[in-house]
Design a protein around this ligand. Sequence first.
Ligand code: SF4
Ligand code: FES
Length: 248
Amino acid sequence: MAESTVTFRVFRYNPVTDEKPYWALYPVTVEPGDPVLMGLMRIREEQDGSLAFRASCRSGICGSDAMVIAGRSRLACKTQILHVLNAQREVVVEPLRNLSYVKDLVVDQTPFWEKFYQVDPWLHEDPLSKPPTTERLMQLPESEFDDISKASDCIFCQICYSECPVNGMDRAFLGPQALIKAFRFEADPRDHGTPDRARTLNNQEGVWKCRTTFNCTLSCPKGIPITKGIQALKREMLTVGLGRGGGV
Ligand code: SF4
Ligand code: FES
């Protein structure tokens, strides 16, 4: 296959040693089909061992190599280099947005995970019923089960969090991933966690802060209809009652 040389323009910043961020340029020989992650690995192995980025599965499963490539948050292992070149034959690589820098392309994920746990991302038992002695099946029409199934596909890549303009303006907003995880359990007929979750969801920094820009839905690498789930949560919070759990 035809090889060619492109330039990786990579955001570099070590808060311990650098006064400010800077761009580093690396020539990389590529073949059609090579993913951005492969280019970064070659740079680290052959040119600069100090370049920091996260990656693991190399197949779109672990979600760890999310970064901003050519201006959009994407998985580096699922993005082909030749598809994201600019007019100078550069591929521009930056860390995710809306999270602070640790080093180079590595961001501090702490706020993302704190918000994830704020929505009680587990099934709440009915406090009034005895523990089941048999498997409890989720009895739902197929279309409703499909929504739950899709929401369960999340790989925690944080791309939706990075692309959400509301997260960019208000760091307290729960963000799309925590909300779609809450939807996954709120839509489950076996769950009884609504009163507990409503304290977080039915709140100024919860569902009501979402501005339905669809950035999350359009950028999610797993095709999860995040905005649809958030809208369903809003309808559910209206039935809980405006004002309960913090109000709007
Ligand atoms: S909802 Fe989609 S974009 Fe957001 S963290 Fe999960 S997989 Fe990534
Ligand atoms: S390395 Fe796991 S999703 Fe890309």
